[in-house]
Design a protein around this ligand. Structure first.
Ligand code: SAH
Length: 448
């Protein structure tokens, strides 16, 4: 069938894609429809056709799916942050389980069992925000989130998934900018000063690190910014991150503390961690504890183990799980994170921990240093093939793979399974990012 742009069809949504779109079939063509849910009966309009695939949008909901709920946020659908707020929470959990099952089966070609998704218990679960600053349609300075697939900003007062203090911090920074006539940075012209508002909060004592990302050194009126932000309950440090590059990467690699504590402190599974402005820290703390506990249970570490924490960030996983081990070694690419991992290991009483700055895939091993247990927790793109090759030659007894992308997880597990050296255990998904299509997983690989 020759489907054309702007054509309309009545369709039933039969499933959901890995990016959270509804999927319909019109004759032989698969049509992806954002914000559509399985069970919806819809009138859709075709936006784009490409070979046997088409993309459409909802023109009318004829009969709503039983999974449909009223979104908690009025900007849902416009803002690029959330993608599943129109779906019941139970529906989200089932969708995420299915997404993991599909990846394991189709990409990984594996039989591994997938557990039910562990649910998240908090609405404002995010402890970090980097909010872009720009102008609204009337030319006023504003802060908010990007409209889906654009760089236009939707100003926001309250974001449902963020910690409730973010709005207050943004309001305060905007007030300071207006009073001091400080302009938002414009990426096209390279003019202006402020790029983003920085926010990070630690659950312990509710302390907040906040400030701005600027395009230049020497922020004007920085003392006044600190005065104003310190009025907000919880604020313990005010920072200025400097990013001079013409880039979409939000943070530059240098942060100046304008006032207050250099690091935030949080507690995970009874261990204390210093968190820096440039280092990775799980954004949903309560789920993070559940995830690490599962990893600990799966690895079942003992006093003979040499544990490698690869992609270790500030050392959280190894330090939470490695109490008993003979030796703990961490590898991470961000220098600030490695510095903090060393500090965190020391503060938590580790005398047998070593951390290295570098790429996981470039790691080398000494014969007597071979790991018996390994945690790998890579970013979304998964592990570099060179790292998997190294691990396959070292043959640690257990590898716990923590992943925030089921597709790359499945791709990597396939390599481990095909080597014949590892048996892939059950996959445990965790809902680290409610209201979005993302899901975190944890799986144990055992030497056969
Ligand atoms: N395990 C940590 C961090 C996980 S996020 C935690 O649970 O908090 C992934 C980490 O991998 C980030 O800290 C990132 O800086 C780091 N990273 C990204 N690419 C890397 C590479 N090629 N080699 C080593 N570390 C890398």
């Amino acid at each position: 069938m020759n489907m054309r742009k702007n054509e309309c069809f009545e369709v039933e949504i039969v499933s959901m894609s890995s990016d959270g779109s509804g999927v319909a079939r019109v004759d032989g063509t698969v049509v992806f429809v954002p914000f559509a849910l399985p069970g919806d009966l819809l009138e859709i309009k075709i936006l784009k056709v490409k070979n046997n695939i088409a993309f459409g949008k909802i023109a009318e909901v004829i009969k709503a799916s039983p999974l449909r709920v009223a979104p908690l946020c009025s900007d849902f659908g416009k803002c690029g942050g959330c993608s599943l707020m129109h779906m019941s929470y139970q529906g989200q959990l089932e969708y995420k389980k299915q997404k993991v099952c599909d990846a394991i089966k189709r990409i990984g070609k594996l039989e591994a069992e997938v557990e039910n998704v562990v649910c998240s218990d908090e609405e404002g679960y995010r402890n970090k925000a980097l909010v872009p600053v720009s102008y609204d349609e009337e030319g006023n300075i504003c802060a908010g989130f990007y409209r889906r697939r654009t760089h236009d900003i939707i100003p926001f007062e309250k974001c449902v998934i963020e910690n409730s203090s973010v709005g207050q911090i943004c309001e305060c920074v905007l007030k300071w900018m207006k009073e001091e006539n400080i302009k938002p940075y414009n990426q096209e012209t390279g003019k202006g000063t402020i790029r983003h508002i920085y926010f990070r909060r630690a659950a312990l004592e509710g302390k907040i690190m906040c400030g701005v990302v600027s395009a230049f050194e020497k922020l004007p009126a920085e003392e006044k910014l600190a005065d104003m932000l310190f009025e907000i309950p919880g604020v313990s440090s005010v920072i200025n991150n400097i990013n001079k590059e013409k880039t979409n990467v939000i943070l530059g690699n240098r942060t100046k503390v304008i006032r207050g504590e250099k690091y935030l402190k949080d507690v995970l599974l009874g261990k204390e961690f210093s968190i820096g402005s440039l280092s990775f820290y799980q954004i949903n703390r309560n789920q993070c504890e559940r995830l690490y506990s599962k990893a600990g249970e799966l690895l079942n570490l003992n006093e003979h183990d040499i544990l490698y924490d690869i992609y270790c960030g500030i050392g959280t996983i190894g330090i939470c799980l490695g109490d008993k081990v003979k030796k703990l070694v961490g590898v991470e690419i961000v220098p600030e994170a490695v510095k903090l991992a060393k500090l965190n290991a020391e503060v938590n009483g580790y005398k047998n921990a070593e951390y290295y700055v570098g790429k996981a895939e470039d790691m080398t091993f000494e014969e007597n240093e071979k790991p018996t247990a390994v945690v790998i927790d890579p970013p979304r793109k998964g592990c570099d093939p060179a790292l998997i090759e190294t691990l396959l030659s070292l043959e640690p007894e257990r590898i716990c793979y923590i992943s925030c992308d089921p597709a790359t997880l499945a791709r990597d597990l396939k390599i481990f399974a095909e080597s014949g050296k590892y048996k892939i255990g059950k996959v445990y998904p965790f809902d680290m990012f409610p209201q979005t299509e993302h899901v975190e997983c944890c799986v144990l690989l055992c030497r056969t």
